[in-house]
Design a protein around this ligand. Structure first.
Ligand SMILES: N[C@@H](CCC(=O)N[C@@H](CS)C(=O)NCC(=O)O)C(=O)O
Length: 329
């Protein structure tokens, strides 16, 4: 675990001293956009045009943020349009590596050893964290964007000439509602589990823990009345929640001490989780071995023995009851 300082790798754990023991996630720095016509994103000078075969995703199968991009690539049928390299699940003193393991592909483009080499290839003087996902442009040999919430928006629409244009997870008419759900799910649930798990004071942990379970109760209530987070239609908001839910019982309950309740204890959330898991293409993006190995083995300050628990028994393929609610289309 570490970061780049002016292009040099330094092995360092998150610093929570300045923030009263609270984990504060840093902002992603590459924020350009791939667009249909190559026009730059608002306020940006550089534009990137959508083309098949031009872009590459660097992901970890363990990471919930990277997982979003793999789900959108699968649901939008972009497997032949956007290629992927998968890092090794263990993140140690060198950060993410391209070591080979079951499901870890190595670096398909340059044969690098470490993900930080991708960052310094794009900017030899880069300072900051070296995170997945990364959307890489093979033509310009640079990083386009390393913020998952933006990458999924690009995958949702910019590549429609080659992908499945009928699927739209961020429809114009629902954007306000989707944004509102995301604005509450991100800090309290998606990042909330990390805020609980990476807290280094009791107060910081309890603050995150309280907000997390209040938010899960609220989502359980929404899902007791309607099929999806914004009503009858499956949207981006559901997929953003899904990547946290699928990791919750196997990892966050124990490793991040999010143990008031399991997702299995919430009737609506657990059925909803199974429905989303069973959407064609999605189960193939879920790798519970990478997920468990990454968290339990990499976060040595939380789990010094690096022992990976064997359980819990999970069956995301079990039937769900969500057909009791109407769905659109
Ligand atoms: N805001 C980013 C967060 C990405 C992120 O933090 N990824 C984690 C893995 S789950 C990572 O690569 N962490 C490495 C580090 O912080 O050094 C996004 O959503 O894309």
């Amino acid at each position: 675990m570490g970061l780049l300082v002016e292009g040099k790798w330094q092995d360092r754990w998150y610093d929570t001293k300045e923030s009263g023991g609270r984990f504060v996630r840093s902002q992603s720095q590459w924020r350009d956009w791939v667009t249909r016509d190559g026009s730059p994103a608002q306020g940006r000078r550089r534009g990137f045009q959508a083309e098949p075969g031009r872009y590459h995703l660097y992901v970890s199968l363990a990471c919930p943020w990277a997982h979003r991009t793999l789900i959108f690539r699968a649901l939008k049928k972009l497997e032949d349009v956007i290629s992927v390299s998968v890092v090794h699940p263990f993140m140690g003193e060198n950060g993410w590596t391209f070591d080979r393991a079951e499901g870890a592909t190595g670096d398909a483009l340059y044969g690098f050893d470490f993900l930080h080499q991708i960052y310094t290839k794009a900017d030899p003087a880069y300072s900051g964290r070296v995170t997945v996902p990364v959307l890489w442009d093979k033509k310009e040999q640079t990083i386009v964007n390393n913020e998952s919430s933006e990458i999924i928006r690009m995958l949702n629409s910019a590549f429609d000439e080659w992908g499945d244009a009928n699927e739209d997870f961020y429809p114009q008419a629902l954007r306000g509602e989707i944004d509102a759900i995301n604005d509450f799910v991100y800090p309290t649930i998606n990042n909330g589990v990390y805020r609980a798990g990476f807290a280094t004071t009791q107060d910081a942990y309890e603050e995150a823990f309280g907000e997390l379970f209040a938010a899960l109760d609220r989502v359980e209530d929404i899902l007791s009345r309607q099929r999806y987070l914004v009503g009858r239609r499956m949207t981006e908001a559901d997929w953003r929640l899904f990547t946290t839910l699928v990791r919750f019982d196997p990892v966050y309950v124990g490793h991040f001490k999010c143990n008031l309740r399991r997702i299995a204890d919430y009737p609506n959330l657990s059925n909803y989780l199974r429905e989303l898991y069973q959407v064609p293409g999605v189960a193939g993006t879920v790798d519970l071995d990478h997920i468990k190995t990454h968290y339990y083995a990499s976060h040595v300050t939380i789990n010094p023995t690096r022992i990976v628990p064997v359980g819990p028994a999970l069956d995301y393929d079990a039937p769900h009851d969500r057909e009791r609610f109407a769905r659109a289309g």
